[in-house]
Design a protein around this ligand. Structure first.
Ligand SMILES: [Zn+2]
Length: 407
């Protein structure tokens, strides 16, 4: 299968590149106007309709072709929103950007892009970029330039790995819990919550009575927050994927779309709690896991919403509905097995089991041996012991806290 990824570096645009920014921007917006007036989103039709307009611009034809593709993407996103019943503004390309999939060349650590007839601009690639591109199995598919960054889209053909078991990933605000019946690991992400809360307090403390300056500084802090939290997540997802690759486990993801609908005004939750939950970027972990797993050839199994339902409320050992413990946070009690369990561990084990069922079913269809392990009443499985993210000892939770049989 084909795996895609991108690498980014920063650079300084020359006046020539800035001129192309302007042309590309105008071309995209012309195409959007034409698409709106003819009610067209399809790339081919839009390309034919907008050609008389695009052909007037003075720039290499690679950009003319990519401008219409970008416009078609923007129009398609608008159409999707309209179908879902969301109101949209008239679309418009705001940010200066150039994308092209042809016409560029990489040689000796320098990217050469065309800006006119026989006229080229050269961008020096960083050491990291050259190191990534040195892999001979890679293909560079396109480049994207913004006023501050250069990003190359790279692809490679990978063979899918035959997995023996599955691991479930339970995404929570303060941790990622990963594992199956045999072993569960919890990766602590409370640092991300702390960063988000601190950023909010810092931005709130700005007293300067100048809207423009305040906005500028606030957006700087917002960028910093995003970068720091993403860095934390990248480290975690990288380790999850490499461990899954080592033990040949397919990754199972739950479907928690629409979770933020649970934290609206009037739901009986405090403003601080709602603020925290609505700030949480639950999709980012999924995005990173998906592309990183694909890059190494690990299969990712997506559970449906029905399969996700109740994963943190069902006992992984007997299938009973678990009782919430009012006194201890995130602990659940199974009456039948007399076991106190951690909510996140329960979810991870249940998710991995649901994935395993799907996995076995598809293997059975392929004629391979399949062994379904559904938690039914009276089907004993050993108690899972949580292995907490070992490297971060200061964030370590004691294992006795989690998944410990009641004496
Ligand atoms: Zn039980």
């Amino acid at each position: 299968m084909l795996a895609l990824k991108s690498v980014t570096q920063s650079y300084l645009p020359t006046p020539e590149i800035q001129r192309i920014f302007g042309i590309f921007h105008r071309m995209v917006n012309d195409c959007i106007d034409i698409g709106l007036s003819y009610n067209v989103t399809a790339l081919k039709r839009l390309s034919t309709l907008s050609w008389p307009q695009r052909s007037k611009y003075e720039c290499p034809s690679y950009y003319k072709a990519c401008a219409v593709s970008r416009a078609s993407g923007i129009l398609a996103a608008r159409k999707k929103s309209l179908i879902r019943g969301k109101s949209t503004k008239n679309p418009y390309s705001l940010k200066p950007q150039i994308t092209a999939c042809r016409g560029f060349k990489i040689n000796d650590g320098v990217l050469r892009i065309p800006v006119g007839k026989g006229d080229f601009q050269y961008i020096l690639l960083t050491k990291h970029m050259v190191c990534v591109l040195s892999d001979p199995t890679l293909t560079v598919r396109s480049f994207t330039l913004t006023p501050s960054s250069l990003s190359l889209c790279i692809s490679r053909e990978v063979a899918q790995i035959e997995c023996t078991d599955t691991i479930g990933v339970d995404r929570n605000l303060r941790n990622l819990t990963v594992g199956n019946r045999d072993r569960v690991t919890q990766y602590n992400l409370s640092e991300g919550v702390r960063i988000a809360e601190m950023t909010r307090d810092v931005v709130r403390s700005f007293k300067r009575n100048d809207f423009r300056i305040r906005k500028k500084i606030a957006s700087k802090y917002g960028r910093r927050r995003r970068n720091r939290i993403e860095h934390l997540l990248h480290n975690t997802t990288k380790r999850i994927v490499s461990e899954a690759l080592q033990s040949k486990h397919a990754i199972v993801l739950e479907n928690i779309e629409g979770i933020q609908g649970l934290y609206r005004r009037g739901n009986g939750q405090g403003p601080r709690f709602r603020d925290r939950m609505n700030r949480w970027n639950f999709h980012e972990a999924q995005r990173q896991l998906e592309y990183k797993a694909r890059w190494v050839g690990l299969p990712v199994i997506h559970l449906s919403r029905t399969q996700t339902r109740g994963t943190s409320k069902t006992c992984p050992q007997c299938g009973e509905r678990l009782q919430e413990d009012r006194k201890i946070v995130r602990k659940l009690w199974c009456q039948k097995c007399s076991v106190m369990m951690d909510r996140d561990v329960v979810a991870a084990v249940n998710i991995s089991r649901h994935g395993r069922l799907r996995f076995d079913r598809s293997r059975a269809q392929d004629g391979l041996e399949g062994r379904a392990v559904e938690a039914v009443r009276g089907n004993p499985t050993p108690t899972v012991i949580l292995r907490v993210d070992a490297l971060k000892s200061r964030n370590r939770l004691s294992t006795e806290d989690l998944a410990e049989p009641e004496p």
